[in-house]
Design a protein around this ligand. Structure first.
Ligand SMILES: Cc1cc2nc3c(=O)[nH]c(=O)nc-3n(C[C@H](O)[C@H](O)[C@H](O)COP(=O)(O)OP(=O)(O)OC[C@H]3O[C@@H](n4cnc5c(N)ncnc54)[C@H](O)[C@@H]3O)c2cc1C
Length: 488
């Protein structure tokens, strides 16, 4: 019997239909398309965290609904990607397989293995870049080595012409005669058994439609003052696109080209400045992938080798207090509580809480990265690794060791009215500035007036800032005087 050939479109971290290079390639083949998602999470040292699993469930559900509107379905399978693709090829008689590349180290080696194995089966494969603006392999510095400093990377970036893959999708996608069986989404067990995600549902709409809504909100309102306000956690002026970008629900190239087109056509100074600031953040994202791609060991090991000898503290109680947002430093605690409740935290707060963990508490940055990995809806191996190593001082272009954020002055500067702290720590909300950022110095009568009993309704600081700072400076300075390391 002669079989009608089909193409497999294998979704990964590109859970969208619009501006999806792999899908556009599949459409060009003119073959009926089978849409597949394979959940395969057990062979990595970074299995998906709880918050990401929640997001993935919602995103797959949204993608399935989008496909059903187009008379298609999303075939969900679980297991080893190569073995699953091979069996799908046999079931469907697929002659072509299309996907977008993933850049995490374990995915890269898997991709190569899959490509070779499928080609050996006489199946045509094509992989594209659907999740970054520029492929990490694309450029190196003037000495032919990977970049380790952001500014030259950014300059080089600006010299490139970046074009988004855009083509409108046909109303009807070519449908195969029969669909292979799918396991029910629920069988993946991604959703929590105890419903702790109500705070997530109140904030996020996972999926392509949610991503576009979020992007529209950014360009129509938030972008206007992005440059001025993007460092202020009390103002919601960043795009909050990070989980959508991580799961590929919106194309970063599309975001980039939309903003840079406006940048080119609207030369009014303020808008020009705002778009540049946002484009720069997107380039930071690509920079983090550039680093992880070229230094694949860095999700666990410091990029700067001598940091491997740093003596971190071992204090599970302090770690637990940090995780729960009960360190007694309101700006830190507000961030950690926002993270727990919503799965997200503003970049400024991420820096402050990371600095607190690695410098005030001298706890290993990997412990912080693991907690973020489990609790962030935008948990991203490249961004998370770069962020933690940057703050700890052991990564590329890292913050100098003597930069130790003072959580009180950071609070006063970036949350000057105390609104952010009040939002996440209601028991302190009525305290006026500056006491809301340092309640232990507030007049006792004022505390009593607002029903605050330190040590009972809100904790005392778990460390003294000045003492912790001195301890960290000494520990980091000792390392500084050790013999050098190889740097590029
Ligand atoms: C310790 C630490 C851990 C971090 N972990 C993650 C993580 O797991 N996942 C993640 O997506 N980001 C991470 N970041 C980077 C940054 O905090 C978030 O990307 C940002 O807060 C997301 O909010 P937004 O979408 O509103 O950003 P916007 O300001 O609107 O920026 C737009 C996009 O640019 C990218 N971006 C912005 N800032 C950075 C940055 N500093 N580094 C890399 N990319 C950036 C993000 O994709 C973001 O969505 C981390 C930062 C630190 C300091």
């Amino acid at each position: 019997m002669k079989h009608t050939p089909v193409a497999i479109m294998w979704f990964r971290q590109d859970l969208r239909l619009k501006n999806n290079p792999a899908l556009l390639s599949a459409l060009q083949s003119k073959l009926p398309i089978v849409f597949v998602y394979i959940f395969s999470d057990d062979h990595t040292s970074w299995p998906m965290g709880e918050a990401s699993r929640w997001w993935l469930h919602q995103s797959l559900s949204a993608l399935g609904a989008q496909l059903r509107e187009k008379n298609h379905s999303l075939v969900i399978r679980q297991g080893n990607c190569l073995a699953t693709l091979q069996s799908l090829i046999q079931e469907t008689h697929a002659t072509h397989v299309y996907w977008n590349r993933c850049y995490e180290p374990h995915r890269r080696s898997e991709d190569l293995q899959i490509r070779d194995a499928l080609r050996a089966m006489q199946v045509t494969t094509q992989d594209n870049n659907g999740s970054l603006i520029i492929d990490p392999e694309y450029f190196t510095n003037n000495s032919g080595r990977p970049y380790q400093v952001f500014t030259p990377f950014w300059k080089r970036y600006l010299s490139e012409t970046i074009k988004a893959t855009t083509a409108s999708l046909p109303v009807d996608l070519p449908t195969p005669k029969t669909q292979p069986a799918s396991i029910p989404l629920e069988q993946l067990g991604l959703e929590p058994t105890i419903d702790w995600a109500s705070g997530f549902r109140a904030v996020w709409i996972p999926g392509e439609a949610g991503a576009h809504k979020q992007f529209k909100r950014f360009v129509t309102s938030r972008c206007v003052s992005y440059e001025r306000d993007h460092d202020r956690p009390d103002r919601d002026h960043t795009s909050q696109l990070s989980p959508h970008l991580h799961f590929g629900e919106v194309s970063p190239q599309r975001v980039w080209s939309h903003l840079s087109n406006r940048h080119a056509t609207d030369q009014r100074k303020p808008f020009h400045r705002e778009t540049t600031a946002m484009l720069r953040q997107l380039a930071w994202r690509d920079f983090s992938y550039h680093l992880l791609y070229h230094y694949p060991h860095t999700s666990m090991q410091p990029l700067r080798e001598k940091f491997a000898r740093f003596t971190w503290d071992n204090n599970p109680t302090a770690l637990r207090k940090w995780q729960r947002g009960v360190t007694g430093y309101p700006f830190v605690d507000a961030g950690m509580r926002q993270l727990w409740k919503t799965g997200w935290m503003h970049n400024r707060i991420r820096m402050v809480v990371a600095s607190f963990l690695t410098k005030h508490l001298l706890l290993p940055w990997q412990h912080g990265a693991e907690w973020f990995w489990d609790t962030l809806v935008d948990a991203d191996l490249a961004n998370n690794t770069m962020g933690w190593q940057w703050v700890a001082g052991c990564g590329a272009d890292a913050a100098p060791y003597f930069r130790i954020f003072n959580p009180v002055t950071q609070g006063l500067k970036f949350d000057p009215t105390g609104e952010y702290v009040g939002r996440w720590i209601p028991e302190l909300a009525k305290l006026p500035v500056p006491w809301i950022h340092k309640p232990w110095e507030a007049p006792p009568l004022l505390l009593a007036e607002h029903g605050i009993t330190l040590g009972s309704t809100y904790p005392y600081p778990i460390v003294d800032h000045q003492k912790a700072r001195q301890r960290a400076l000494a520990a980091f300075a000792a390392l500084k005087h050790e013999p050098g390391e190889s740097q590029s």
